[in-house]
Ligand binder design. Structure first.
Ligand code: PFF
Length: 529
């Protein structure tokens, strides 16, 4: 028997769950270290601009797609796709030709990828965008859960007093031996997946929504405690000014494009997570305000994470541009350098916070797979959850065992080098690179083109109007001039500068162009040197 689709019990429930998806390792782990490497305040400013002009319009696309169709990403695209799309056919056939050309150059691995994706596009048209986003979610969750496992491990280590070092070198030692110790890493990875699966198994309302309502406020409180601790240290002001006063000379073109990719990742875009969560919203809810709230929450938390980290880093005399190790290597040392005996407590609080953020994001990725399996194959939730759990955990094992070297899975390494002729990074890095730099922007691009041009912004705006009253039609100039309710002036008729028309322009032109530029840069086709 088909289970009836559940819905969030309230707008707040949806906003907290979606903000939980957005606020994750991206906002609290990646954002601070990347900001640290790219000029602090200047990076923050550019990031905010991208969030506003690309993140917000694309998120509204995804949520609207989900609510309109009440389907997982694959079902959503299928339901709204035209029977025939020349654009999709053109892309599909171009990929097949490229595959043939690659075969001539003996690039067999890439040729097979092109063949599969091209064939998929020709056979399924725009629905293949949904399929790609499911694959991206699956791959991302597999290695995201490995890092999620590290955060759980670091909670245990903090409270056992094992993170009691004060130098960077000792910290790096500890982290390196930790991530190579399979006796820790594998059970923690499985544990992380288990927590996410147990929450998801309870359903949308009693699982995801209930836990988001508990975990998100907790995350906020923990963050405030850390900020207060950091800001009250002598010398903290330097950290605040590094993070909040922009120095544009430190910002490169690289940095600008990185800011865009990061905005996509931290907002959970391009992976169908927001389509899935959007499919549990009822038509009375205001999707416009919900999107705005999710964006605000994510941005505020990412900024607060910077404020929790940089003042302490500066006050204790550590390097702000430490890179990915900023959180696992430097922070415990920073916390232990704070005078008093409470280094373990600050570190413990920080890693609990990071775990909460990772769990609420992990469940959104897992839910997307579960929604796909239960909508498309009509599986019961429990069956879908545990089969997804098994598949993701298994793929994740390959990332877990190969973070620092290929040694344990050399056979796979050889096979991949033979097929793709690339020898960069570990399996973990390859999965991150493949999903974040390729699948994610491509499926983000597909979403904005699909909603803007194929389904059409007109139909999308009609959907947004449900529950948003005449929000979409607020005449921005009238609003700014204080003439919003001028009775002699029927605002809804004017499409000159309404929020809806502005949104249409952004998803039809601005987002596709910007995503394409960032994508070409990310994959190295736009580098000037
Ligand atoms: N937004 C999450 C983060 O910043 O960590 C990562 C993420 C979650 C990406 C869910 C995509 C997604 F569908």
């Amino acid at each position: 028997m088909i289970e009836e689709r559940e819905h969030w019990s309230s707008s707040l429930g949806f906003v907290l769950a979606a903000a939980g998806s957005a606020i994750g390792l991206g906002a609290i782990w990646k954002f601070p270290y990347i900001a640290g490497q790219n000029g602090g305040g200047a990076f923050l400013l550019i990031y905010l601009v991208f969030v506003a002009i690309i993140g917000m319009p694309v998120m509204l696309c995804e949520i609207t797609l989900g609510r309109r169709t009440q389907q997982n990403p694959v079902g959503a695209f299928r339901m709204l796709s035209p029977a025939k799309s020349h654009l999709a056919n053109f892309i599909g056939f171009s990929m097949l030709f490229t595959a043939v050309a690659l075969l001539c150059f003996h690039e067999y691995g890439w040729a097979i990828v092109m063949l599969i994706v091209g064939g998929l596009i020709i056979r399924y048209g725009w629905t293949s965008a949904g399929i790609i986003s499911i694959v991206a979610g699956f791959v991302i969750l597999s290695y995201y859960s490995v890092v999620g496992g590290w955060t759980l491990g670091y909670i245990i280590k903090s409270f056992q007093g094992e993170l009691n070092y004060v130098t960077e070198a000792a910290a790096a030692n500890c982290f390196n031996s930790f991530k190579d110790n399979m006796g820790w890493v594998i059970p923690l990875h499985i544990g992380f997946m288990l927590i996410c699966s147990l929450i998801i198994a309870k359903g949308v309302k009693n699982g995801i929504e209930k836990w988001s309502k508990i975990l998100m406020p907790m995350l906020f409180v923990l963050l405030v405690i850390l900020i207060l601790r950091g800001l009250t240290l002598p010398g903290a002001v330097k950290g605040v000014s590094f993070f909040l006063s922009p120095k544009f000379s430190d910002l490169s073109t690289e940095g600008i494009l990185t800011a865009m990719g990061l905005a996509f990742f931290t907002l959970s875009l391009g992976m169908g997570a927001m389509v899935t969560y959007g499919s549990y919203i009822s038509r009375e809810q205001n999707v416009f305000m919900s999107t705005l709230s999710i964006i605000l929450l994510d941005t505020v938390i990412a900024t607060l994470a910077g404020l929790a980290i940089f003042p302490a880093v500066f006050a204790m005399g550590f390097k702000e541009a430490a890179g990915p190790g900023l959180v696992f290597n430097i922070l415990p040392a920073v916390f232990n350098s704070i005078p008093g005996q409470f280094g373990w407590l600050w570190a413990g609080i920080f890693f609990i916070l990071l775990s909460i953020a990772a769990i609420t994001s992990g469940i959104s990725l897992l839910e997307m797979l579960v929604a796909f399996l239960s909508d498309e194959l009509k599986w019961k939730r429990n069956k879908a959850v545990w089969i997804s759990f098994t598949a993701v955990t298994t793929l994740g094992l390959l990332s877990a065992v190969s973070v620092s070297s290929w040694g344990r899975i050399e056979w796979l390494h050889q096979a991949l080098v033979k097929a793709f002729h690339i020898e960069r990074g570990s399996f973990f890095d390859m999965m991150d690179n493949f999903s974040s730099n390729w699948l994610l922007p491509l499926s983000g691009l597909a979403v904005s083109i699909f909603v803007g041009w194929i389904w059409g912004s007109r139909k999308a705006v009609e959907e947004i109007r449900h529950g948003s009253h005449n929000f979409a039609d607020v005449h921005l100039i009238s609003l700014l001039a204080g003439l919003k309710d001028d009775a002699s002036h029927n605002n809804a008729r004017y499409h000159v500068l309404t929020l809806a028309s502005l949104w249409g322009i952004f998803i039809r032109f601005v987002a596709p162009v910007a995503i394409t530029i960032a994508f070409l840069h990310e994959v190295g086709w736009l580098k000037n040197s």
